[in-house]
Design a protein around this ligand. Structure first.
Ligand code: S3P
Length: 175
């Protein structure tokens, strides 16, 4: 089974995805890291030098690579489900798990590392909070198409990981 983890920046997709993959003996993949490896530069550099549109094309190419895979957990970028046709690719290829976290929770996780993230670099605290709120409401339409939604507000990584594991183990039993 291919499991795509989706959700806003900072919600824990990569950290928790890696944990679950290790426990289930699944492969772990991260679309941002795949794009970086292909481009030979960081996501920040791709946005700055080539533009977001180039990044989005590469991101879609990465998603298409999972069509013939089994037993892999894929952490996607926060904007991945919202770009041209990507949610349909993920639905066709596997199951989608949404890490649902509110603006306060995300702000707490993002305010320190914002300079690494091209979408957030240079924002002051107030702008960051406003951006999170606005983008969350724009992206909700895509995020809500996941087959499983986990409420990530105020819960531990361990709790989220065990829910995903339960979901995967039970989904595997369905014909
Ligand atoms: C983005 C999220 C990032 C990365 C890029 C754009 C977004 O991934 O793909 O900076 O549009 O939300 P993370 O969610 O892993 O930070």
């Amino acid at each position: 089974m291919v499991i795509f983890l989706i959700g806003f920046m900072g919600c824990g997709k990569s950290t928790i995805g890696r944990m679950v993959a290790k426990r289930l003996d699944y492969r772990f993949a991260d679309t941002d890291k795949m794009v970086e490896a292909r481009a030979g530069k960081s996501v920040r550099e791709i946005f700055d030098q080539d533009g977001e549109a180039v990044f989005r094309v590469m991101e879609t190419e990465m998603l298409l690579q999972f069509a013939s895979e089994e037993n892999v957990i894929v952490a996607t970028g926060g904007g991945t489900p919202c770009a041209a046709g990507n949610i349909e690719i993920m639905k066709r290829t596997g199951r989608i798990v949404y890490f649902n976290a509110g603006a306060e929770c995300l702000y707490g996780r993002l305010y320190r590392g914002r300079e690494r993230r091209p979408k957030l670099a240079g924002m002051d605290d107030e702008t960051l909070m406003a951006y999170i709120k606005e983008s969350l409401s724009e992206r909700e339409h895509y995020y809500s198409q996941a087959s499983m939604v986990i409420d990530c507000n105020g819960v531990s990584d361990e709790y989220i990981a065990s829910h995903i594991r339960y979901y995967i183990e039970n989904a595997s039993c369905q014909v």
